[in-house]
Structures are given as structure tokens and as C-alpha cells.
Write a protein that binds this ligand. Structure first.
Ligand code: ADP
Length: 448
């Protein structure tokens, strides 16, 4: 096992990884920007190294500085967390070239899954159902018209290198197809340095269902069931739950088997998530995330498995500590992403946290790097914490969530806590009756 791991991230996820390392007897190295000198992940690490100025491009994305930090501290492995360098194949390659372990899949796998077109092809070849659409990047208009006509309008134009919900355009009819393709391609070129786009059937009211997998380097692969991440705003997840009200044990076992078999066929290693849209009883693959996800704690809550611990063990070459038969899904878990934002306009609200009280009690977990007197810097993502609850059933989990949200105090900045509390008063949400567009409609009506 590794003796020392460098965590190339910040905030709650850096803490989450440190916690797993501590329990495993692994020493931790934090890296931080000049804006994060007083951050919790720096205070709690065994060692820390400043890697540059506040903008992420000069610090958390600064590969030479991170590699140098790992070398001077003698770290044997680097955990990238999520975001930042976590899905950067070049970074994984560089870490490996410096005789350190990248805690994640191989650079080749990251590359394959990082391009949505090659990912979709690989998924299809491995037996995973995909969204109908073009099989490669669109290069000529006649082909685009033919594909769009065969799948039917509206269609969605997506960027091969897109991510974070960006790089998507809906085309309602043939008349706007050409202009939509051109806009999507030039926006993708500007945002991702890659103008390749493809066409997909636009699904009207699907749910976003994703399957968590674990695959060790010895050929053992298991799935840990699904998460329902349909509550989204601008394609960004706001609240996640496991299991999903939309699946039953048979469907779960069926899609779980398809995914584990496929992941094995691809030769995937590590933790990973295969994302689907689910409509009218059909699964449609949209992408694979080759890293730990923000919403992983709901899976931990219903399975009792520490995903980060398993991830680190697998990266060190150990065999999976669990078999498919031994995995049991117990109760219900819900996670709220709490952002330092105005709950109505979603304008970021960085600044000094004057007061902080964490909720507690049975079935309540708060993953957050906040403390009273901490100044939330304006440079990074506005998520300041994740509140995760677990109950024997969905009703108990939601009751507990309401109780925990009402206990939580974050003074001095605006947060999305009131938004989550309002959601918990909404009959459709309470009934589990929602899809990927439901939240935006609900927000529009409230502001109406
Ligand atoms: P990203 O990598 O940017 O997160 P994804 O492919 O995972 O992109 O899609 C993000 C979200 O966009 C999905 O959860 C869903 O809300 C929406 N979306 C993606 N593909 C489709 C589609 N074919 N039809 C309708 N909505 C889609």
C-alpha cells in the first residue's frame, strides 16, 4: 500500500480523500493556491505545498507545479479528485512517467471515454444501449440532414469534447439544423479547442440514471447500483438519490449486468460511472465518467462501501474487497449540493463565513470544508458542501433531510439551503415524479 498520497484538489473532496487515507494509515500531502492558504484541506493534511496563484489555471491545473510538489514530498501516488485534472489523460500519463501512481484508470481509457464520440462507439461495441444518432463527427450537411431525418426532430447537437453540461444545442427542425451545427461547432472550438460535434436524438422527459462500478486490475468488476440525478439546472446536478424510484430490483440487476460485462470487455480499471438517460423503460448511454463523482456518498450510504478506500486499494493493485453477491442495497439516501449562491438567481456569493453550524444526528453526513471565519474565495466552484442523509425508506430519508437542512447554519453568505427546503414542500418531488427538465420548469414557475 502507498505510504503517502498527494491530493491534487481542494474543498470537500480533498477532505473526503484525506479521510480515507487517514483510516488506511496513508500520509497525505495537500496542494493549494495562494487563495487557499487557510483552507481546511491544508490544515488537516500531514504536509502541504503552495502551487501557485489563485486562478486554477496557475495552481490546481498547473501540472509541473503539482508533479514537483509530489516529488519533493516523496508522494507515491496522486489522487485527482473530481474536476480539475481528474479526466486529463495527459496528466495521468505524466504522473505515470514520473514513476508515481495515478489513482484512476489508464491514460488510454481516459482518452477513450473523454471523447464522447469514441466513448459512445466503445460503449456500443461492448453491448451498452446508446442514444440513436450519428456514429462519428458530423462533417457534411447532407449527412447531418439524413441522420436527423432518420431519428426525427428535435435533435441534440453535442460537442465531442463537451463537459460540465456545456456544448449542447437543440435543433427543432431541418430549417435550423445548419445554423445550430455551425454555432455548436464554433462554440465547442472556443470552449474546448475541439470543434467536433455529433447528433443525437433529443429525449423529452428522461431521467438521468447512472450506474457506479468498481473494477480491479485482476479482472473482477462489480456494480453498486444506480443514482438518480435527474434534478438538474443547466445540466448541472442539484440533488441526487439512491436508489431511483424508477427502477426495480430486476431492472437494476439487468442494467447492472450489462454495464459490468461491458466495463470488463473494455478493460476498465478503478471506480467509474456509466451515465444513462432512461425513458419509457429504455436506457440510453450518454457518457462514462472515469473518476470519483460528487454524488458518490449516496451509493456509500446504501451499500456501506467506502468508495475512496476501494479506489485507492485498486490503484495499489489490490483485489476488490467485495463480490457482487455480497453487495446489498439498504434503505434510501439523498444528497443535496449546497452552493454559496443566491437561491433564486444562482449568483455566486463568496465571502466570509461568519457563523457555521453543521447538522448532525442519526443518518446525517455533511461533507464540507467550511468553518466559522473561513473566507470562501471567488475563484472556484461555488459548492460549499454536500448534505447526505440515509433512512430506512425514501420517506424517512426525506424527513431527515428536512430536519438536517433546517439545523444547518451558514452565516455571512447566501446559500441554496432555502431552495432545497422549498423542494421538500413540493408534491411532485415528494412523490419522486420528476425528470431532467422538471427542476427548471419548477424554478421558472416559482419565479413566474
Ligand atoms: P456533460 O459531460 O456536459 O455532463 P452529458 O452527456 O453527461 O454531458 O449530458 C449532461 C446532461 O445533458 C444530461 O444529464 C441530460 O440532462 C442532458 N442530455 C444529454 N444528452 C441528452 C439527450 N440526448 N437528450 C436530452 N437531454 C440530454
Amino acid at each position: 500500500m502507498f505510504e503517502k498520497v498527494l491530493i491534487a484538489n481542494r474543498g470537500e473532496i480533498a477532505l473526503r480523500i484525506q479521510r480515507a487515507c487517514k483510516e488506511m494509515g496513508i500520509r497525505t500531502v495537500a496542494v493549494h493556491s495562494e487563495a487557499d492558504t487557510h483552507a481546511m484541506h491544508v490544515k488537516l493534511a500531514d504536509e502541504s505545498v503552495c502551487i501557485g496563484p489563485p486562478p486554477a489555471g496557475q495552481s490546481y491545473l498547473n501540472v509541473p507545479a503539482i508533479i514537483a510538489a509530489a516529488e519533493i514530498t516523496n508522494a507515491q501516488a496522486i489522487h485527482p479528485g473530481y474536476g480539475f485534472l481528474s479526466e486529463n489523460a495527459r496528466f495521468a500519463e505524466i504522473v505515470t512517467a514520473h514513476d508515481m501512481t495515478f489513482i484512476g484508470p489508464t491514460a488510454d481509457t481516459i482518452k477513450l471515454m473523454g471523447d464522447k464520440i469514441t466513448a459512445k462507439q466503445a460503449a456500443m461495441e461492448a453491448g451498452i444501449p446508446v442514444v440513436p444518432g450519428s456514429k462519428s463527427a458530423i462533417t457534411d450537411m447532407n449527412e447531418a440532414r439524413r441522420i436527423a431525418a432518420s431519428i426525427g426532430f428535435p435533435v441534440l447537437i453535442k460537442a465531442a469534447s463537451g463537459g460540465g453540461g456545456r456544448g449542447m444545442k437543440v435543433a427543432e427542425s431541418t430549417g435550423v439544423l445548419e445554423s445550430a451545427l455551425q454555432t455548436a461547432s464554433s462554440e465547442a472550438q472556443a470552449a474546448f479547442g475541439d470543434g467536433a460535434v455529433y447528433i443525437e436524438k433529443y429525449l423529452g422527459q428522461p431521467r438521468h440514471i447512472e450506474i457506479q462500478i468498481l473494477a480491479d486490475t485482476h479482472g473482477d468488476t462489480v456494480h453498486l447500483g444506480e443514482r438518480d440525478c435527474s434534478l438538474q439546472r443547466r445540466h448541472q446536478k442539484i440533488l441526487e438519490e439512491a436508489p431511483s424510484v424508477a427502477l426495480d430490483p430486476e431492472i437494476r440487476a439487468m442494467i447492472g449486468k450489462i454495464v459490468t460485462d461491458a466495463v470488463k470487455a473494455i478493460g476498465y480499471c478503478g471506480v467509474g460511472t456509466v451515465e444513462f438517460l432512461y425513458e419509457d423503460g429504455e436506457f440510453y448511454f450518454i457518457e462514462m465518467n472515469t473518476r470519483l463523482q460528487v454524488e458518490h456518498p449516496v451509493t456509500e450510504a446504501i451499500t456501506g462501501i467506502d468508495l475512496v478506500r476501494e479506489q485507492i486499494r485498486m490503484a495499489a493493485g489490490h483485489k476488490l474487497g467485495v463480490t457482487q453477491d455480497a453487495i446489498k442495497f439498504e434503505g434510501w439516501s439523498v444528497e443535496c449540493r449546497i452552493n454559496a449562491e443566491n437561491p433564486e438567481t444562482f449568483t455566486p456569493s463568496p465571502g466570509m463565513v461568519t457563523e457555521f453550524h453543521a447538522p448532525g444526528g442519526l443518518g446525517v453526513r455533511l461533507d464540507s470544508a467550511l468553518y466559522s471565519g473561513y473566507r470562501i474565495p471567488p475563484y472556484y466552484d461555488s459548492m460549499i458542501g454536500k448534505l447526505i442523509v440515509h433512512g430506512r425508506d425514501r420517506e424517512e430519508a426525506l424527513m431527515r433531510l428536512k430536519r438536517a437542512l433546517s439545523e444547518m447554519v451558514v452565516g455571512g453568505v447566501e446559500t441554496t439551503i432555502p431552495l432545497h427546503l422549498a423542494l421538500l414542500e413540493e408534491a411532485a418531488f415528494l412523490a419522486g415524479d420528476y425528470h431532467i427538465r422538471w427542476l427548471e420548469n419548477w424554478l421558472a414557475e416559482r419565479q413566474g
